[in-house]
Design a protein. Structure first.
Length: 213
């Protein structure tokens, strides 16, 4: 009789312990679903899902370069006015960063094409463009600022003009050199290949509008 009672207690304890363990597991997985080893996962690789992911990126800053430029602006007071009375010169060293940007915001179904078997994707992007430089005001500086007597009393906007000129020169340099834009194309292509590769696409083709290759 004693043995039977012990056996019953052992069985009941085992059942209760198992039930308690199951309850704890269910509660834990309800609180943190990712802990559930039996959970189902679904990966949506349809065209619409891919397109939404790309347009969410909007402007993709694909590459950045640091520039330094020297601006030398001089204004005289007129033909018959000596410079020491009304004249001004600013020599300014501007430093800043310029980004190359690819616009994903205008992508549509014609530019993001997924194959019927969802094994490959083709993306056609607009060419990267040079974004407006961010002038580093803390590290940019005025080397020389000569003012005539009249200018000292009426104030000057020539330093501000020199800053704007520095931004223009950085933008032109980045666009003319072409190195920043080429790096932006390479970085964007690598980023998309990694993105779609993580989604298990077997083939990823990235082209830019106007490319002849």
């Amino acid at each position: 009789m004693v043995r039977r009672m012990r056996l019953i207690k052992s069985v009941v304890g085992t059942v209760l312990g198992g039930a308690l363990l199951v309850g704890m597991v269910l509660a834990l997985t309800a609180w943190q679903p990712w802990l559930n080893p039996f959970r189902e996962t679904t990966t949506d690789r349809t065209g619409a899902s891919v397109l939404q992911s790309l347009t969410d990126l909007s402007d993709y800053h694909a590459a950045s370069a640091h520039y330094e430029t020297v601006v030398d602006i001089e204004k005289d007071g007129g033909r018959f006015v000596p410079d020491f009375l009304s004249g001004e010169r600013v020599l300014y060293v501007g430093k800043g960063d310029v980004d190359a940007v690819v616009d994903f915001g205008e992508l549509d179904e014609r530019r993001v094409v997924v194959s019927e078997d969802a094994a490959s994707v083709q993306v056609t992007l607009p060419q990267p463009t040079v974004d407006r430089p961010e002038l580093d005001l803390e590290n940019s500086y005025v080397v020389l600022h000569d003012e005539g007597l009249v200018n000292r009393f009426k104030g000057s906007e020539l330093e501000r003009e020199a800053q704007l000129r520095a931004v223009e020169q950085m933008t032109a340099a980045a666009a003319d050199e072409g190195l920043l834009l080429e790096l932006a194309r390479e970085n964007t292509t690598s980023m998309l290949e990694g993105l779609f590769g993580a989604l298990e696409y077997e083939s990823v083709t990235v082209t830019f509008e106007g490319d002849t290759d």
